[in-house]
Write a protein that binds this ligand. Sequence first.
Ligand code: B12
Ligand code: SF4
Length: 445
Amino acid sequence: LCYDPGSWEGIKSGGGGLVENSGLGCIAAVAQEAGHDVQMWQVPLNNITEDRVLERATECDVVAVSCMAYNADRAIRFAQQVRELRPEIRLITGGAGPSGMPEYFLPHFNAVVVGEGEQAFRFWLEGKVQDGIIKSPRNMRWDGQPFAIHNPEVMKNSRMCGAWPIPVADQILVSAEYGRGCPNNCWFCSTVNIMQRKVCWRSAESVAEELEQLIQLYGVNSVDFTDPTFGASRRKVLQLCEEFKCRGLDRKLSWFVTTDLKPRSGTAEMFAAMRETGCIKVGFGLEDPSAEARQSLDKGNVDIDDCREVMQQASDADLLVRTYLMLGTPDQDEASIENIKKVLQTWPIDELRVAIFCPFPGTRAWTDLQEQITVRDLAKYDTNCPVIASHWSDEDLVALRQDLLRMFYGSANYQYRRDARISSDPRYQNAYSEFETLMRRGGYI
Ligand code: B12
Ligand code: SF4
């Protein structure tokens, strides 16, 4: 049994989204390929209670749990309950949480995988590696295999807010992976605990084939690529766009990617090709627009004007621009906020996500900030709760985030861009309305 003990709490940051856990799908696929009967559950996306999953778990031989830091204690509680009920069941865990703090999980699981899980899990199932902390070494790296199990019920319930131009209610969303790995090494990021820095790509054909199957089987119409830096290779992106075009997927799918803000030659052409083949939105981790802040976050030596230029290129290609910001980082103060406000009023931004800074276990930020950490309860490590002492009180920081979101969505910049979209394609009207209703319900606007 493969399980993700999700929870709704982690989904509130500035609009939020819900999508299947594709890492869990990769693990499930390994077990299935090895001939095991596999079931996969994700709370709350599967309409199932944790108690019911527990009942099912006790009928299995192996229970594999995927989690982040914020649901680490839920994952551990679940493992403890399984052990109490049937001590002979073998328990294994992996994902962003266990990869950053394997020792924390070890007393409750037979094995804890650090990093990519496919090979490590396969070898563990075959008895080729022993119980304990399994660090995914070089020869256990992902080999670009195109499989991951997708859970139809989870897909039906998946929601990526603001998935324009498809209104949220009509969405059948799936996660997909083209490349794995991130060439950057941001100070606060957990991804570096999981993936290597060299990006390893699947073939464009295998991604397109997988999506074709998912369209046929489940009527999927939107795709969230989980690649940390989708645009790291223009050549690979153009290959994928070409493949989508040849197979007519450009007319069947809307897709969304996240990429970095490094200026690269040919980026404008790459964005144009993406837009032409169904990409609707690109997310950028700006985090903080001040050059000093970006330097201390180790966001790479990219000039802030170049960051704006990359976003402008995406916007010029008619892609919606989603921007991620972080609040409450150690160096931020009032001047930083003024700078952020200026950017929000003038840069080409269509959608904003604001996270409260969180030093995830296992990151450099976690090590460096040990003395500033005020909250040790991991359930709060979901980027909605302040967990370090910052320039603001906790209440003020949360209020500041709300103010920034309200300011942005009430700004002339946002309204102007929104109205321009709707007049260019009336289908945006419904999508914007649904998105704004969700934002209002969440108290973000
Ligand atoms: C897609 C994504 C989402 C999606 C889907 C989340 C999900 N349920 O999977 C959405 C948008 C919903 C989301 C939300 C959140 N996310 Co998110 N997300 C990502 C992202 C960009 C990609 C994850 C992914 O699919 N990767 C591809 C798959 C193949 O890799 P993987 O999941 O790591 O799985 C591999 C290994 O980890 C391992 N593995 C995983 N599970 C298991 C289980 C077993 C048994 C084994 C053996 C191995 C194993 O093997 C897998 C295959 O190699 C990562 C950043 C990143 N690039 O990794 C952040 C990331 C995972 N998210 C993060 C966070 C904090 C969140 C939120 C809490 C808050 C927020 N602001 O977004 C919410 C929580 C929502 C929820 N209820 O789950 C953090 C986690 C940090 C941490 N240490 O806890 C990350 C690392 C980003 C970061 N800030 O550094 N997220
Ligand atoms: S670019 Fe994104 S995924 Fe890569 S290290 Fe930085 S924050 Fe992490």
